[in-house]
Design a protein around this ligand. Structure first.
Ligand code: ADP
Ligand code: ZN
Ligand code: ZN
Length: 722
C-alpha cells in the first residue's frame, strides 16, 4: 500500500494522508472516509505524512477518475492560493471544479449534437440558396467548417429548425456524438478583423506572444480595447494555442459572447455563475479537454484547466467583482498574473480606469503600459460639468438644473442616463444648507453615520458621537444622512417626467442575466427614455442613443472611510461618463455635487483619470498603503460585541509582539452590524510581503475557525474594509 495525499474539504491546513494500492497521480478525485462520513477528495502533489502509523491510515474507498481532471498548473496554483490567502487547504482545488464535479459526478461529456456537411452540401453553389438568406449563411459557414456543434451554430444565430430544413435538402446531416478529442484552434475568422488605428496597432505589436508579457492596456471608453483583445487572440489561436478571457461578473452578456463568436470560427465557451450546474459542467469539461479555443468567464473561471493556454485577457481589470468577498478571498486578476507567469504566456489587463495597483506596476516597468487615447469610431469624449448643489433647488437630491437639461435631451428624442452611487455604507451626516459634514475630533476623517444605532462613529479611531441636530457651522437644523437610492429616484423621476419611459438597472431589478437582457432590450426601443441605475450601468454597455449622463450622487465616494472609496468613485465617474455620446450624437455629462471645489474632481472633469490616480497613489504612498505596503484585514463577527472585540484584541497583542507589522484596531467594521452580528476588524500593515505571512500563518493555524460564538477570517489584500 502507498501513502497518498488527498485534499479533503474541512478546516485542514494541509492534505490528509490515505492509503492506496498504487501511487495516485495528482488531480484525481476519489471517495475517502472522514470520521463517519464518506467525502470527495482530490489527490494532490504534496508529500504524504510518513510519521503517521500505517495502522491508523484508512484506504481510499473508490477512485472516481481514470485521468487527472485538474491540470498541473491548476494544482500548483491552488496550493499557492491556500497558503497565500490563508484558507482551508482544499478550498482552491474545489473552487477550481464546477459543482457537479465537486459532488462526485463523472467528468464525461454528454452527447453533443453535431452538424456535418454532406458531399452534396460540399459542392453546392450557395448562391442557389439566395432565396433564404439564413440558409445561405449557414451553408457558407458549414462549407468552411465542415463540422460544427449545434450549440456553436446557435451562437451564430442558426437554430435547429434551420439546420433541419437543410438536412431535408440533404445538404447537412446531424448526429449525436460524444467527442473526447481536443480540437486544434485555427484562428480562422468569420468576420474580417477591423483595420486597427495607429494606437491599437502599436498596442498589439507590443504584446510579446511568446513569453510572460504582462500588459496594461489603458484605453478611454470606446477606444477599441476589445478589438485589440480580438486580434491578440487571433494571433494566439493561429499558433494553435487557446485563450482565456476574464470579464466582470455582470459584464458577460450575450452581446459580449457573440462578439467573439461572430469573429472566430473556433469554438468559444462561456463560464459564469448564471449557468445551470449542468451547462457549467459541460462547458468546463469541454474547456478542460481542449474543445474550445476561447474560454470567456467570470472570476472563478481563472482556475479552469485549459490545455495549451497561450493568452489571458482580463477585461475591466479594475472591477471589484474579481475579488471574492467570502470564503476564499482571492483576487482573480492576481491569480491570472500568477498563472500567466507560471505558463510563461502574455496577459493583457484592460481598462479605461486601471486599478492603482496596475498603474503602479506599469509605472515601475513591471507591466508594459499600452495606451489608447482616442475613441476608435472618432466620436469625442463628452464634456463633463459639475452642478453646485448648494445653489440648487432639488427634489430628493435631483436638481432643477439637471431636470432642465434632462428635459432638453428628451425633447430631442434622446436617451438620458441618471446614475446613483449606491456603493458605500452608512452615509455621512451632513448639513443641507452649508455642506458641513461631521468630522472626528481625533482624526482627520469624517464620521460615518450609523442609522441603526443613531450614532456617528469614526472608523479610524473608534470615537463615537451622537449626531448633532443643529449645524455647528450655520446653526440650521437641516442635518441629514446623505443619499437617495434608485427606488426613491425612480419615484421622483416619474413625478417630474410623467409619461417618459423609465428603465431601471440595479441589483433588485436586473437580478439575473435574463432580466438584465430584458432591461437592455428596452433601451433599444426608439424614442426618449430615462435610464436610472447603479454601477451596473458603468460596465461596458454600449447605449447608442444616450446623449446625457446625469450623475445624481457621487459624493459618498469622497468621504467614505473605505480604503478604495475614492478610487472607485473616480472609476465610476469616468466609466459612467463614457456611456454618453458613444453614437453619432454628441453627448454631455453633468455631475451633481455639494463639493464642486473638491480638488478630486478637477482631473476627472477633464477625462484625466491618470492624474487623478497619480494623486491617489501619492496618498497611498504617504500612508504606506497598497501598492506601497501590504495589508491584511482580520474580521471578527459575534452576536456579542465584546467577544468579537476581545478576540481581535488578543490577536493584536500577539501581532504587535512580533514587531514585524503595524496593527490598527480593533475597530468596528464599516458595516458594524450585519444579520444580528457585531463586526469588528483589525488592520495589519507592513512593508514586506513576507512579514505579513510570517506573522499571520501561525495566527491562522492557532485560532479555531468554526467556533460557535466568534467567527473570524483573514482577508489578504482586501479590496475594501467593509
Ligand atoms: P472599448 O472596449 O475600449 O470600450 P470597443 O472595443 O467596444 O471599445 O470599441 C468601441 C467601438 O469602436 C465599437 O463599436 C467598435 O466596433 C469600434 N471600433 C473599435 N476598433 C475600431 C477600429 N479600428 N476601426 C473602427 N471601429 C473600431
Ligand atoms: Zn477618529
Ligand atoms: Zn450648515
Amino acid at each position: 500500500m502507498q501513502r497518498v495525499s488527498i485534499a479533503v474539504q474541512g478546516p485542514f491546513n494541509g492534505a490528509l494522508t490515505y492509503l492506496h494500492e498504487s501511487v495516485l497521480a495528482p488531480g484525481i478525485r476519489c471517495e475517502v472516509s472522514l470520521g463517519p462520513r464518506t467525502v470527495i477528495g482530490i489527490s494532490v502533489n504534496e508529500p504524504p505524512d510518513e510519521q503517521l502509523d500505517l495502522a491508523k491510515l484508512k484506504p481510499i474507498k473508490r477512485v472516481l477518475d481514470d485521468k487527472p481532471i485538474l491540470s498541473e498548473d491548476i494544482l500548483t496554483i491552488s496550493v499557492w492560493m491556500s497558503r497565500y490567502y490563508l484558507h482551508e487547504f482544499s478550498s482552491p482545488f474545489f473552487l477550481a471544479l464546477p459543482k457537479l464535479l465537486r459532488t462526485g459526478k463523472s467528468a464525461e461529456l454528454k452527447k453533443t449534437r453535431w452538424v456535418s456537411l454532406t458531399t452534396q452540401g460540399q459542392h453546392i453553389d450557395t448562391t442557389q440558396l439566395a432565396r433564404s438568406v439564413k440558409q445561405q449563411a449557414v451553408m457558407v459557414v458549414m462549407q468552411k467548417q465542415r463540422k460544427a456543434t449545434q450549440s456553436h451554430l446557435n451562437g451564430l444565430g442558426f437554430n435547429t429548425a434551420l439546420v433541419a430544413a437543410l438536412e431535408k435538402k440533404q445538404l447537412l446531416t446531424t448526429s449525436e456524438e460524444v467527442n473526447l478529442e481536443p480540437i486544434k484552434p485555427t484562428g480562422e475568422l468569420f468576420e474580417a478583423a477591423l483595420q486597427l488605428t495607429g494606437e491599437q496597432l502599436q498596442a498589439l505589436e507590443h504584446i510579446n506572444m511568446d513569453q510572460y508579457s504582462p500588459c496594461l492596456l489603458e484605453g478611454v471608453t470606446g477606444s477599441g480595447k476589445t478589438e485589440v483583445y480580438l486580434q491578440a487572440i487571433e494571433k494566439c489561436l493561429k499558433e494553435g494555442k487557446r485563450a482565456l478571457v476574464l470579464v466582470p461578473e455582470i459584464g458577460l452578456t450575450p452581446q459580449t459572447l457573440s462578439r467573439f463568436q461572430k469573429r472566430f470560427q473556433d469554438d468559444t465557451v462561456a463560464l459564469h455563475s448564471g449557468m445551470t450546474d449542468n451547462a457549467r459542467h459541460q462547458a468546463w469539461v469541454k474547456a478542460s479537454l481542449g474543445q474550445a479555443a476561447i474560454i470567456i468567464g467570470t472570476r472563478s473561471s481563472i482556475l479552469t484547466p485549459i490545455p495549451n493556454l497561450g493568452l489571458i485577457v482580463v477585461d475591466e481589470e479594475h472591477d471589484g467583482s474579481y475579488k471574492q468577498q467570502d470564503t476564499l478571498r482571492y483576487h482573480a486578476r492576481d491569480i491570472a498574473l500568477k498563472r500567466a507567469h507560471a505558463l510563461n504566456i502574455p496577459i493583457i489587463l484592460g481598462s479605461a480606469t486601471p486599478s492603482l495597483e496596475s498603474l503602479h506596476n506599469a509605472s515601475i516597468g513591471r507591466f508594459a503600459h499600452l495606451l489608447l487615447e482616442q475613441r476608435a469610431n472618432g466620436s469625442s469624449l463628452p464634456p463633463i460639468e459639475t452642478i453646485d448643489m448648494r445653489k440648487q433647488k432639488h427634489q430628493a437630491g435631483f436638481s432643477e438644473r439637471l431636470a432642465l437639461r434632462v428635459q432638453m435631451h428628451l425633447d430631442e428624442g434622446n436617451q438620458v442616463i441618471l446614475f446613483l452611487n449606491r456603493r458605500g455604507y452608512a452615509p455621512n451626516w451632513f448639513c443641507k444648507t452649508c455642506g458641513w459634514i461631521a468630522d472626528c475630533t481625533f482624526c482627520d476623517a469624517h464620521m460615518t453615520h450609523h442609522r441603526a444605532q443613531r450614532t456617528n462613529i469614526c472608523h479610524h479611531c473608534g470615537h463615537r458621537e451622537a449626531p448633532p441636530r443643529q449645524c455647528p457651522n450655520c446653526h440650521e437644523t437641516t442635518l441629514e444622512a446623505m443619499g437617495t437610492g434608485t427606488e426613491r429616484a425612480e419615484e421622483t423621476i416619474a413625478q417630474l417626467f410623467p409619461g417618459t419611459p423609465i428603465i431601471r438597472f440595479d441589483r433588485d431589478i436586473a437580478s439575473t442575466r435574463i432580466k438584465m437582457e430584458q432591461q437592455l432590450k428596452l433601451t433599444e426601443q426608439d424614442g426618449p427614455a430615462i435610464i436610472i441605475g447603479t454601477q451596473m450601468l458603468a460596465k461596458g454597455h454600449h447605449f447608442e442613443r444616450v446623449t446625457l449622463v446625469g450623475i445624481w450622487d457621487i459624493d459618498g465616494g469622497l468621504f467614505s472611510a473605505d480604503l478604495r472609496a475614492r478610487e472607485r468613485m473616480g472609476q465610476l465617474l469616468t466609466q459612467v461618463a463614457g456611456r454618453s455620446g458613444r453614437g453619432e450624437r454628441r453627448g454631455e455629462v453633468l455631475v451633481q455635487t455639494w463639493y464642486p471645489d473638491n480638488p478630486v474632481f478637477e482631473p476627472l472633469l477633464k477625462h484625466d483619470y491618470r492624474s487623478f490616480a497619480v494623486s491617489l497613489l501619492e496618498d497611498r504612498k504617504r500612508s504606506q498603503l497598497p501598492p506601497f505596503g501590504f495589508l491584511a484585514v482580520i474580521r471578527c463577527d459575534s452576536a456579542f460585541a465584546n467577544l468579537a472585540e476581545n478576540r481581535l484584541q488578543e490577536m493584536a497583542h500577539y501581532l504587535l509582539d512580533t514587531k514585524k507589522v503595524r496593527v490598527l484596531g480593533p475597530l468596528p467594521a464599516l458595516l458594524s452590524r450585519r444579520a444580528g452580528k457585531h463586526r469588528y476588524m483589525l488592520l495589519v500593515q507592513c512593508q514586506k510581503r513576507s512579514h505579513l505571512h510570517e506573522v499571520l500563518t501561525p495566527l491562522h493555524r492557532h485560532y479555531p475557525r468554526d467556533a460557535k460564538q466568534v467567527s473570524w477570517h483573514i482577508d489578504i489584500d482586501p479590496s475594501d474594509l467593509a
